[in-house]
Design a protein around this ligand. Structure first.
Ligand code: AMP
Ligand code: ZN
Ligand code: FE
Ligand code: FE
Length: 290
C-alpha cells in the first residue's frame, strides 16, 4: 500500500479542493494522504468527509513556516489536536498577516503604486490568504512591473521599500507547539540552497533535534540525488523518523504529481505506521509526566 504524507489544497496554495485531492488520491491508488496546508488546518474536515466516503485514510497535518538564523524553514506536523495552543497561535498569525498586508498596501501607495485590495485578492485562493506573490501579480496586472521577480527585487523583498515583516514561529516554538498538540514534528525538504551548504543544514538539524524534532523528510518530489542521499544519511545517523511525500500543489506546481517522489513512486505505508507509533509514544510520555 502506498501513501503521500505531504499535499496542499485550496485551504492554502494548492489548486485542488480537499475533496478533489482525496478523489485524486483514490484514482491513483493511495491508501492514505496527509493534508499539510501552510499554517492552516482549514482543509481537514472536507478531506475527512471525502476520505470516509471513499475509504481513503486522511492524516491531519500542517506545514508550519518558521524562521531561524535568517533562513526560512518548513516543519510538518502530523496528528495535531485541533484544540491546541498551536491552532490558536496559527489564527493569531493569520490576523497579524492581514495587518501586515495593510502596511504593504500603504507602502506601495506611498511609492506611487496604489493597489486596491480586490485587485490583489483576485490572485489569491478561495481562503483569501494574501501574500506577497499575490501583490506581485497585481503589480504586473497594473503594469508597475513586468515579472514577479522584478516586483520582489524592486519593492517587496526583505529590505525593499514596500516590505513589511510578518510574524513567524521559530522551529523551537513550532516543535514545542506540535508536541503539546500531541503531534509529530518532521523537517520538510531541507534543500541545499546557494546560502546553505549541507554542513549548515546539519548544524540546524542538530539544534532542532535538541528541541525534540522527530523526523526528517527523506523522500521528496524535488530532491536532487545528493539531497536525497544527504537526508537519508542524516536520518540514519541521528536516528530520526524518515517521512516522505510529494508536496503536491496541483496547477500551482504543475511538475509535481500526487504520489510521486524522488524514488519515482509514492511512499510505503510502513512510513505512516512509524509516524503513528511516534505519535503514540509522544502522547504516552506526556501522560506519564507528573
Ligand atoms: P509572504 O508569505 O507574503 O511573506 O510571501 C512569501 C512568498 O514570497 C514565498 O513563498 C516566495 O514564494 C515569495 N518570495 C519571498 N521572497 C522572494 C524573493 N526575494 N523573490 C521572489 N519571491 C520571493
Ligand atoms: Zn505551498
Ligand atoms: Fe514547504
Ligand atoms: Fe509543502
Amino acid at each position: 500500500m502506498a501513501v503521500d504524507l505531504h499535499a496542499h489544497t485550496t485551504a492554502s496554495d494548492g489548486s485542488l479542493s480537499p475533496r478533489e485531492l482525496v478523489n485524486l488520491a483514490r484514482e491513483i491508488g493511495l491508501s492514505a494522504v496527509a493534508i499539510t496546508d501552510h499554517d492552516t488546518i482549514a482543509g481537514w474536515d472536507e478531506a475527512v468527509e471525502a476520505g470516509d466516503a471513499l475509504g481513503i485514510e486522511i492524516v491531519p497535518g500542517v506545514e508550519l513556516s518558521t524562521a531561524y538564523e535568517g533562513g526560512r524553514f518548513h516543519l510538518l506536523g502530523y496528528y495535531i489536536d485541533r484544540h491546541s495552543t498551536l491552532i490558536e497561535t496559527l489564527k493569531e498569525i493569520q490576523t497579524a498577516r492581514a495587518n501586515r498586508n495593510h502596511v504593504i498596501f500603504d507602502n506601495l501607495r506611498a511609492l506611487g503604486l496604489p493597489l486596491e485590495e480586490k485587485e490583489v485578492r483576485a490572485f489569491a485562493g478561495p481562503t483569501g490568504q494574501l501574500g506577497r506573490p499575490h501583490f506581485a501579480q497585481a503589480m504586473i496586472a497594473r503594469g508597475y512591473v513586468t515579472t514577479t521577480q522584478e516586483a520582489f527585487d524592486r519593492y517587496l523583498a526583505d529590505g525593499k521599500p514596500a516590505y513589511a515583516p510578518k510574524a513567524v514561529l521559530t522551529p523551537q516554538e513550532a516543535i514545542a507547539y506540535i508536541h503539546e498538540a500531541g503531534g509529530v514534528a518532521s523537517w520538510a525538504h531541507p534543500l541545499r540552497s546557494k546560502n546553505l551548504t549541507f554542513p549548515d543544514l546539519e548544524a540546524r538539524l542538530q539544534d532542532w533535534i535538541g528541541w525534540g524534532l522527530d523526523g526528517l523528510e527523506v523522500v521528496y518530489s524535488q530532491y536532487t540525488p545528493d539531497e536525497a542521499e544527504w537526508a537519508t544519511k542524516m536520518q540514519q545517523q541521528y536516528g530520526l523518523l524518515g517521512t516522505g511525500g510529494s508536496d503536491f500543489h496541483g496547477r500551482s506546481k504543475p511538475t509535481v504529481k500526487l504520489g510521486v517522489t524522488n524514488t519515482g513512486g509514492p511512499v510505503a505505508d510502513s512510513v505512516l505506521h512509524q509516524v503513528k507509533a511516534r505519535c503514540d509514544a509522544i502522547r504516552a510520555s506526556q501522560h506519564s509526566k507528573p
